[in-house]
Design a protein around this ligand. Structure first.
Ligand code: NAP
Length: 284
């Protein structure tokens, strides 16, 4: 029997479609959505991601204010500054670029963001709504994964979903939101014994670890859908995911590759959240 060819879940192309829809909606608004990006310190990767967001904003017609603080800023000062933006009616969305310096507790800072402006979906308020299956603003990477799957008519309902990675940023919200979409969910992490014996039960395998080529053929079930979230940048600047694409291509049905999968979906989802936040704030 011939194998079904692998479907590439093309985040770059799907993100373009969503970007166009965003531009059209934003161009019809009398005041443009305004995003504030808070950066603390000088993390090189953060600077790169902020640059991507600024460029995206320019393309879709949103306004970005990028505010950078020294890494010796105190929690109190940072909270005070974020609350000022939270109370500023001209600001529709606020993101705090993570990671923060170790001296600053992220949850204290994130909870200074007005939940209606929390376009990263990481305040306790918005995460509790995911927990309660009453989602408002979903974390951007999680939203991007589901938007991509939905574009290819891949439903989570009744499926066995395995999420590898349990971070607060990606793994846990993605697992919870998968339960909300009626999947049966298993979460794996660095203490999981015999990872392959669990990942090979997945109809949909979502991998968010940051270890190049962690997932190979023997880790997956025949016909599985694989979503690679991992990003590792080599010395040669080559971007690699957590899944060895060449090894799984004959066995999986679909793969969201790195690069060109979840990455572009995350950024477009962030700006979809900005527009949703704008609507929430302007709702009569
Ligand atoms: P993180 O906070 O470092 O979490 C990594 C998770 O992987 C942890 O839960 C860790 O387990 C688990 N892990 C580590 N080694 C493992 C192993 N051998 N087997 C199974 N699990 C293992 O990272 P993150 O913020 O969630 O991000 C994960 C990856 O996604 C990174 O590469 C990041 O760059 C990428 N990312 C991509 C996007 C995008 O838009 N495409 C967005 C965000 C993140 P423990 O909890 O036990 O330590």
């Amino acid at each position: 029997m011939l194998n079904k060819p692998l479907t590439l879940l093309n985040g770059t192309e799907v993100a373009k479609v969503h970007e166009l829809a965003l531009s059209t909606k934003i161009s019809a608004l009398s005041t443009k959505p305004h995003l504030v990006i808070i950066q603390v310190g000088n993390n090189g990767a953060s600077a790169k991601y902020i640059e991507y967001k600024k460029r995206f904003a320019l393309r879709v017609g949103a306004i970005v204010t990028h505010t950078q603080y020294e890494d010796n800023i105190t929690e109190d000062e940072l909270v005070k500054n974020i609350k000022t933006y939270s109370n500023d009616k001209s600001v529709n969305g606020i993101i705090v670029q993570l990671p923060l310096p170790k001296t600053i507790r992220p949850w204290i800072i994130l909870d200074a963001i007005d939940p209606k402006k929390d376009v990263d979906g990481l305040t306790s308020f918005n995460l509790r709504h995911v927990y309660e299956n009453n989602e408002i603003l979903l974390p951007a990477t999680t939203k991007g994964i589901f938007t991509l799957l939905s574009h290819y008519n891949i439903s989570l309902d009744g499926k066995n979903v395995v999420v590898v990675g349990r971070s607060s940023l990606v793994g846990k919200p993605t697992a919870l939101a998968s339960i909300n979409r009626n999947a049966t969910v298993t979460i794996c992490h660095s203490h999981t014994k015999d990872l392959a014996s669990i990942t090979e039960t997945a109809d949909i395998l979502i991998v968010a670890v940051g270890h190049p080529d962690l997932i190979k053929e023997e880790y997956i079930k025949e016909g599985a859908v694989i979503v690679d979230v991992g990003i590792s940048v080599g010395d040669d600047n080559k971007v690699t995911g957590d899944v060895m694409a060449s090894s799984i291509s004959e066995k999986a049905d679909a793969l969201s590759p790195v690069p060109g999968g979840v990455g572009p979906m995350t950024i477009v989802s962030l700006f979809e959240n900005l527009l949703q936040a704008y609507d929430l704030q302007n709702r009569k």
